[in-house]
Design a protein around this ligand. Structure first.
Ligand SMILES: [Zn+2]
Ligand SMILES: [Zn+2]
Length: 372
């Protein structure tokens, strides 16, 4: 069948003309694979990092890794989903067999992250092509396409009455940000936390912190419009790091003690170092942002034993996607997670470049591409 998709042919590229929307040929689903008709695809900073070359990726590639839609066809041997199912897609395709999958950590699947080429299906081959050229799918999804063939393991069935532009965000930003608080850090009620970076993930760290009853939610960014979004999602204190020393600001806001938890949601060596220096003795700094592939952090070694500080990583909110994504949808239905205000603008697939420029300018909490 044919599908229209947003393709990146070259990187780094200027945002205003990075993506080419064109028709590609989509092969039928193989064993254990399904065809999904996309309803919505969020526009995430990780897509942007592929365009600007900070995340190197084989090209050409269809971008998009935050999607929701409907299963319209299933390949041989598919048992966990059926045609007609409404679903969120996961940007890690867990194999179900490796050490991490079988010990309850599907987000860390090494078949996905290490043993299979980037942007293919789990058997190492591609389903998208045009004449002799094969196209990769970012994170084995490529959600900026009308249709995608994905592994059934990347499909989380949800209730059919879910608004899919909101559900799509659970595919990346919500699960990563809320999961960092609930699963990775296990933040206790009453905690004082700081979040560096008020993008889609950072705003969901704020939501998660509010959900567990954090007493102080300090948000650090350099873009005033993003700080204002953070306030809407529950931030109690806003710090513009362009106007002050953010470490000193956090110390002042925590009686000179430091934050119980700091979350780095940008992906930069300097901001990771800042997050570590913002925590109190026996506090925890959590690195969520994906830095440039060769970035290194420098920290005073004595701060680890003297003061028992912890620096830990978080990938995909340490989630078990099939459990956590359905849980977050339930919290949305109960009014405890705000997904509606996250979607500040929707775009057509043909407006994809405009969506990336708006992201670059910090105009949206989240921009979402909506399909017909
Ligand atoms: Zn993402
Ligand atoms: Zn695995």
């Amino acid at each position: 069948m044919k599908t229209r998709a947003a393709v990146l042919y070259d990187a780094p590229r200027p945002m205003a003309s990075a993506m080419v929307v064109e028709e590609l040929e989509l092969d039928p689903p193989g064993v254990g694979e399904v065809v999904v008709k996309l309803a919505a695809s969020g526009v995430c900073h990780s897509d942007y990092s592929v365009i600007n070359g900070n995340i190197p990726h084989p090209l050409p590639v269809v971008l998009g890794h935050e999607g929701a839609g409907t299963v319209v066809e299933v390949g041989a041997g598919v048992r966990s989903v059926k045609s007609g199912d409404t679903a969120i897609l996961t940007y890690v395709t867990p194999c179900g067999r490796c050490y991490f999958c079988t010990t309850g950590k599907p987000a860390l699947c090494t078949t996905h992250s290490r043993d299979t080429p980037p942007g293919t299906l789990l058997d190492g081959t591609c389903r998208l092509h045009k004449r002799d050229t094969r196209y990769r799918q970012l994170t084995r999804l490529g959600t900026m396409s009308e249709y995608a063939v994905v592994s059934e393991n990347a499909v989380v069935p949800i209730r059919p009455d879910t608004p899919l532009d909101k559900a799509a965000l659970i595919g990346c930003a919500v699960t990563t940000g809320v999961g960092a608080v609930l699963n990775t850090a296990k933040v206790e009620a009453g905690s004082r936390i700081v979040v560096i970076g008020a993008g889609g993930v950072g705003l969901n760290v704020v939501q998660g912190a509010r959900l567990v009853g954090a007493s102080r939610i300090i948000v650090v960014d350099v873009v005033p419009s993003k700080l204002e979004y953070a306030r809407k999602f529950g931030a109690t204190d806003l710090v513009n790091a362009k106007e002050c020393d953010p470490i000193q600001a956090v110390m002042d806001l925590t009686d000179g003690i430091g934050a119980d938890y700091a979350f780095e949601a940008i992906g930069g060596a300097r901001t990771i170092e800042q997050a570590f220096r913002m925590i109190r003795i026996a506090g925890t700094a959590v690195v969520i942002g994906i830095a440039e592939h060769d970035a290194e952090v420098r920290l005073p070694a004595t701060m680890f034993p003297r003061g028992e500080r912890r620096l830990i990583g978080c990938y995909y909110g340490s989630s078990r996607m099939r459990v956590d994504m359905v849980k977050y949808l339930g919290l949305y239905r109960d009014g405890q997670l705000n997904l509606d205000a996250l979607v500040t603008k929707t775009y057509t697939l043909d407006q994809v470049n405009e969506a990336f420029v708006d992201m670059q300018e910090g105009r949206n909490a989240r921009g979402v591409i909506v399909f017909d």
